[in-house]
Ligand binder design. Structure first.
Ligand code: FMN
Length: 148
């Protein structure tokens, strides 16, 4: 699977006013009408239970250069992954500044997927900023953007 070029996103939600988030590469566009996205969360992590409870998520598609954010949102030893990070509240969901795209998803379908849970997310709002996305391939972060 390391040979599959992957996007790098941070999935976020809010729990009692506290922002939480997790780095996720298992993400893809799913449907245009209605607009939907696909992602998968590990059942052994803490995020899936919070997403199940909240019923809504933000999807931050990271920009090239945001490797540090990808790593910090995968760390298990950080009590507050948002500490010192530039982000803001977007309709009650944590939106990371500088991300190349943002999806606000208000309705989720959760399906079993082995040791992961597949989430089919209805996209209620979308925004883009820039063309250079962060990619992940052969366990290395890459700048994925138009050729210069
Ligand atoms: C580049 C990268 C991609 C990742 N992709 C996923 C993913 O698709 N799904 C997932 O559940 N975890 C993924 N992880 C691992 C989680 O971010 C990590 O296990 C995290 O500590 C889980 O946090 P949680 O306990 O808040 O769920 C990825 C980590 C990295 C660095």
């Amino acid at each position: 699977m390391a040979r599959v070029p992957a996007p790098v996103t941070v999935i976020t939600t809010m729990v009692d006013g506290v922002p939480i988030g997790t780095t996720v590469s298992a993400f893809a566009s799913l449907s245009i009408a209605p607009p939907m996205a696909f992602l998968a969360l590990d059942n052994r992590g803490g995020m899936i239970g919070r997403v199940r409870d909240a019923g809504r998520i933000g999807i931050n598609i990271l920009a090239a250069g945001q490797e540090e954010i990808a790593i910090r949102f995968a760390r298990r030893d950080l009590p507050d992954r948002f500490a010192g990070l530039a982000w803001h509240d977007d309709h009650g969901l944590p939106r990371i500044d500088g991300a190349v795209a943002w999806l606000r998803c208000e309705q989720l379908q959760l399906l079993p997927g082995g040791d992961h849970t597949v989430i089919l997310a209805h996209v209620d709002d979308a925004a883009t900023a820039g063309d250079h996305s962060l990619g992940y391939h052969l366990r290395t972060f890459r700048d994925v953007g138009p050729a210069t």
